[in-house]
Design a binder for this molecule. Structure first.
Ligand SMILES: CC(C)(COP(=O)(O)OP(=O)(O)OC[C@H]1O[C@@H](n2cnc3c(N)ncnc32)[C@H](O)[C@@H]1OP(=O)(O)O)[C@@H](O)C(=O)NCCC(=O)NCCS
Length: 145
């Protein structure tokens, strides 16, 4: 069976919450995930049959987009799906003529930083001590493409 892409909708919320809590040390709340449909937001997700393997949540304003969340189910990480999802997001941006792309990532998140760099993002700044972390606070790395 081939994994398939499709946008997310409210009926996917339970699967999103489960994946979010498994993938992120500081997961988004159910309430926040539930606000990610429609309006200025757009989403993409990867499914194997009924199983949600990964998703992204982004917004768009004028010609800009911010990638707000991307995650892959832990059992499926390291198999190229994160890159597939990010490339899918970048394609969706091109189709919508979104040319200035932004994101923020924890300075300690090596896998995500490597993925973003591999797909052409460059560091554009830092917010000192922006995130809560196990050892106190950590920087947010701002990236653009
Ligand atoms: C970040 C994340 C989405 C990557 O997804 P993935 O499916 O594991 O990544 P892929 O297998 O597609 O790997 C793509 C690239 O990411 C980087 N990468 C992935 N895992 C890595 C690791 N453990 N260490 C270093 N780099 C890594 C590499 O550059 C890799 O390219 P390569 O295989 O050519 O070396 C995934 O690790 C994840 O869901 N993490 C938890 C949530 C998160 O931190 N999201 C990002 C912040 S919102």
């Amino acid at each position: 069976m081939q994994p398939l892409f499709r946008p997310l909708s409210f009926v996917d919320l339970d699967a999103m919450v489960t994946l979010e809590q498994a993938a992120h040390p500081y997961p988004w709340s159910r309430g926040l995930l539930g606000e990610s449909f429609g309006g200025r937001y757009f989403t993409g997700s990867l499914w194997l049959g009924e199983q949600l393997l990964g998703y992204f949540i982004a917004d768009r304003i004028l010609d800009e987009s911010t990638l707000m969340n991307i995650c892959v189910a832990p059992a499926w990480q390291g198999k190229g799906l994160g890159r597939l999802l990010l490339e899918h997001y970048l394609r969706r941006c091109r189709e919508q003529e979104l040319t200035r792309l932004w994101l923020e990532v924890r300075a300690s998140n090596g896998p995500a930083l490597a993925l973003y760099r591999a797909c052409g993002y460059v560091e554009s700044g830092r917010r000192r001590d922006y995130y809560q972390s196990a050892s106190g606070r950590e920087d947010a790395v701002l990236m653009q493409k």
